[in-house]
Design a protein around this ligand. Sequence first.
Ligand SMILES: NC(=O)c1ccc[n+]([C@@H]2O[C@H](COP(=O)([O-])OP(=O)(O)OC[C@H]3O[C@@H](n4cnc5c(N)ncnc54)[C@H](OP(=O)(O)O)[C@@H]3O)[C@@H](O)[C@H]2O)c1
Length: 304
Amino acid sequence: MSRIVQYSSYGGPEVLDIVEVDEPHAGHGQVRVAVRAAGLNAFDFKVRQDPQYVPSHSLPSKQGNEFAGVIDEIGDGVEGIEPGLEVLGWTSFGAQADYVVVPASHVAPKPAALDWATAGGIGLVGNTANRATIAVDPKPGDTVLVSAAAGGVGLFACQFAMLDGATVIGTASERHHDALRRMGIIPVTYGVGLVDRLRVAAPQGITAVIDNAGQESVEAAIELGVDPSRINSIVWAEGAERYGISTVGGGGKTAENLAQLAELVAEGRLVMPIAATYPLSEVRQAYEHLETRHLLGKVVLTVP
Ligand SMILES: NC(=O)c1ccc[n+]([C@@H]2O[C@H](COP(=O)([O-])OP(=O)(O)OC[C@H]3O[C@@H](n4cnc5c(N)ncnc54)[C@H](OP(=O)(O)O)[C@@H]3O)[C@@H](O)[C@H]2O)c1
């Protein structure tokens, strides 16, 4: 048998159950992964709380889109992958389980230096942050504003922009300012008065924005004269119509990109703090923690 996280009605973490199902098996072109860690994302609870968030979504639903684990079964037609290989990868609903079955093209080798929790938690935010950063094309000389800088997407976006040579200002609550400073990010508190604080933090002017929080930081950037073609938001889609900003988010995942991200983290060139880990059996508590929305980095389920 295999445990999966499942819900049969929309709602908060209380609707989540651990359900025993028959073990899945790898079919043609697929691999089975014995999961060791599975990351939590805001997407998971937005879908679970709002039946309209993904109109095609139906119940009962499994949960979780990213995982790390050990390949223990190989389907017909899969070459170049052996049982025992440690991987990280992605799926669509169902990563929070003892086993996942995915196309062989949805996994990348896990570098030995990467711990399980980190490997299971970097994929979705890393891909999103990478694409959002590319959308505004930071360069040396740029000052880039990153909102929700202490979140998973924000932390990676800050670091991608810094690797591109930009100066980075990140919005966060004060509890996270020291951590951001240690990473080379200039912290600024979000909320009322944001524009004035940004003027003080960046007297040279802000030239690009990677928004992960919504309207407030986009409006602030517009007020400060940032060119809308250099503003990207992954949460405020209305900004595209109102100001002509871009709204590039996740998607277009490839195993090659995931492998590159994993290597960068394993080498220490990118860092992703793990705010907390919970065993799979405590999935409700894990989401209660995540849904406070004020964490530094990622929450990850560990399996078994
Ligand atoms: N479009 C896409 O493809 C896509 C992909 C991935 C994520 N997303 C969305 O992007 C957002 C960020 O995701 P995430 O996983 O990085 O983290 P998250 O868990 O949604 O965000 C956590 C961070 O948000 C910050 N925050 C909370 N309220 C804020 C506010 N009013 N203004 C600015 N920051 C605030 C918190 O900072 P403090 O703790 O410092 O308060 C915390 O560090 C989520 O809404 C998620 O759904 C979209």
